[in-house]
Design a protein around this ligand. Structure first.
Ligand code: ZN
Ligand code: ZN
Length: 247
């Protein structure tokens, strides 16, 4: 009876959330034990970051020792950042669907990749938070993809997910700017949420976003969090990219 009921429940879920039937990367049909993520073939070919810069988490070559060139130039306010994938190919299209095409359900399979890596990277946070969007932009999109990821990760590890900062200044698109220009662009953009003053004091905060580009946004938020007493701020993203003009 129980199993019949659970089968029935699964069917109901499939009806409302038919997403799990297909691989989130290639769209192939999945068999029963692959239901909640990606097919074996995709998993083997995803652009996982294997060798990374100890500071920003970006891919580095075999012979690279110490921090990458960008990290030698830029002074980040977070302790370190890590990403699961290079921002390319199927990972890029999955993030696009998640971010721009309303496919909110991708928070779960993508968030799972973050959860799997947390222990590997020795991140043991007290609090989870996320990169906030300006309320106007969030209203346009209908959701904040970074918050969906953060909620999922926090829930899996039974940690609080708090909206520690707010985006108070609308900033123009940063895609054409380099790290220094982005930094200037972001000054006074984020405000600490004073109701959490006691919560962050001396605590290890995990800051979640979807993509690490130059690190200027997460660095600015880390700065604000540390000014308000956070002991440590580490950044975790699904993917890591670098602007070409920075290299
Ligand atoms: Zn696939
Ligand atoms: Zn680096």
């Amino acid at each position: 009876m129980t199993s019949r009921f659970s089968k029935f429940k699964t069917k109901i879920l499939d009806f409302f959330f038919p997403r799990h039937v297909k691989c989130i990367f290639c769209g192939d049909e999945l068999n029963e034990n692959e239901r909640f993520d990606s097919c074996e073939k995709c998993k083997q070919n995803l652009p996982f970051i294997t060798l990374s810069c100890p500071r920003c988490g970006g891919s580095v070559g075999q012979n690279n020792s110490g921090v990458c060139l960008d990290c030698k130039r830029n002074n980040y306010d977070f302790d370190f950042a890590r990403a699961v994938f290079d921002y390319e190919g199927r990972v890029l299209s999955a993030i696009h669907k998640f971010k721009f095409r309303g496919q909110k359900f991708l928070a779960e399979p993508l968030g799972n990749f973050l959860c799997e890596k947390l222990a590997v990277w020795g991140i043991n946070p007290d609090i989870v938070t996320y990169v906030p969007m300006h309320p106007k932009r969030e209203k346009e999109r209908g959701y904040n993809q970074a918050k969906l990821l953060a909620d999922f990760v926090a829930n899996m590890f039974d940690l609080p997910c708090l909206n520690l900062t707010e985006k108070i200044k609308e900033t123009p698109s940063q895609t054409t700017l380099n790290y220094a220009e982005r930094k200037t662009n972001l000054v006074d953009s984020f405000k600490f949420n004073p109701q959490f003053k006691a919560d962050v004091k001396g605590k290890s905060v995990l800051l979640i976003d979807d993509i690490f580009t130059t690190g200027s946004t997460t660095s600015e938020i880390a700065k604000v969090l540390k000014e308000h007493g956070a002991g440590e701020v580490n950044v975790l993203t699904i993917a890591h990219t670098k602007l070409k003009d920075e290299k």
